[in-house]
Write a protein that binds this ligand. Structure first.
Ligand code: SAM
Length: 279
């Protein structure tokens, strides 16, 4: 059966190159190019952007990004077995695809990319949260990327977009929403993957804001939020103990009752508190 782009169907690619999935590399592949195209279309203006993809695997999402008109795709893949399949994609698309082989946590792809840059990935579960945290926490804002369109386990996606007074609300919600517009754009059932994972997945789209929503120092905010949510059931006067002298006065100055818990505090109050603590 022909596929949308004239290249062999992904199931055939997997068989030809013997790409049986490795659990340790978080390999759950998407083989339906109509579905990967739908994900690619969530990323915004691809034609005028370079795309960074982490973990292309056999190339399902990569092919969709190119088919949807991405200006260039730079993909970082750790598994050497995938390289021949990706080389075929690169040849088919006139070298618009560049593959960097190695660990995305160790490779800096910036020299290979031109702005504007959109990051689009079906992330390996073992490094997904770490990569997201890094992309959200550069010392300077705006960051090198324009948007992030990322697949996570649904539970992680919910943490990114969560509001106060919910179980999912925490450090990731604050980090993401402070400087981005974040929303869940698709849910994907386990059956869409080969092999199927145990949990439902979701795609989150984060569009960077030019300015943070509220004034705060990134490092201090990150420290305050990490400590506050580390013991999320405790009152803030206990969970933040030792973070600064006169803690209760600073909490009150930020319109926070010392008896409140981290999950009751909104983004603006956390920013205000971190400014008062940083002083
Ligand atoms: N994009 C493909 C798809 O949607 O079918 C594959 C997604 S699969 C969930 C994750 C991919 O990330 C695998 O191809 C895996 O080999 C790769 N990977 C795992 N750890 C990695 C790392 N640290 N750096 C780069 N790639 C990694």
């Amino acid at each position: 059966m022909a596929s949308i782009d004239g290249l062999p169907p992904l199931r055939e690619v997997i068989n030809t190159h013997e790409l049986f999935a490795k659990k340790a590399l978080g390999q759950n592949f998407l083989l339906d190019l109509n579905l990967t195209s739908k994900i690619a279309r969530q990323a915004g203006d691809l034609a005028n952007s370079d795309v960074l993809e982490v973990g292309p695997g056999p190339g399902g999402l990569t092919r969709a990004l190119l088919h949807e008109g991405a200006r260039r795709v730079v993909a970082i893949e750790q598994d050497e077995r995938c390289l021949p399949a990706l080389a075929e994609v690169s040849a088919h698309y006139g070298d618009k695809l560049e593959v960097l082989q190695g660990d995305a946590l160790k490779i800096d792809p910036l020299a290979h990319l031109s702005a504007p840059i959109r990051i689009v990935s079906n992330l390996p579960y073992n490094v997904g949260t770490e990569l997201l945290t890094r992309w959200l926490s550069p010392p300077e804002w705006p960051p090198f990327w324009q948007s992030l369109t990322l697949m996570f386990q649904k539970e992680v996606a919910q943490r990114i977009v969560a509001q106060p007074r919910t179980k999912a609300y925490g450090r990731l919600s604050i980090l993401a929403q402070w400087r981005c517009e974040a929303r869940i754009v698709m849910e994907i059932p386990p059956a869409a993957f080969t092999p199927p994972p145990k949990v439902t997945s979701a795609v989150v789209h984060l569009e960077r804001l030019d300015q943070p929503r509220f004034q705060a120092d990134a490092k201090t905010l990150s420290r305050v939020v990490a400590q506050a949510f580390n013991q999320r059931r405790k009152m803030l006067r206990a969970s933040l103990k030792g973070i600064a002298p006169d803690l209760e006065d600073r909490l009150l100055a930020a319109d926070i009752k010392p008896t409140q818990r981290a999950e009751e505090i909104g983004l603006e109050q956390f920013c205000k508190l971190s400014e008062l603590i940083g002083k």
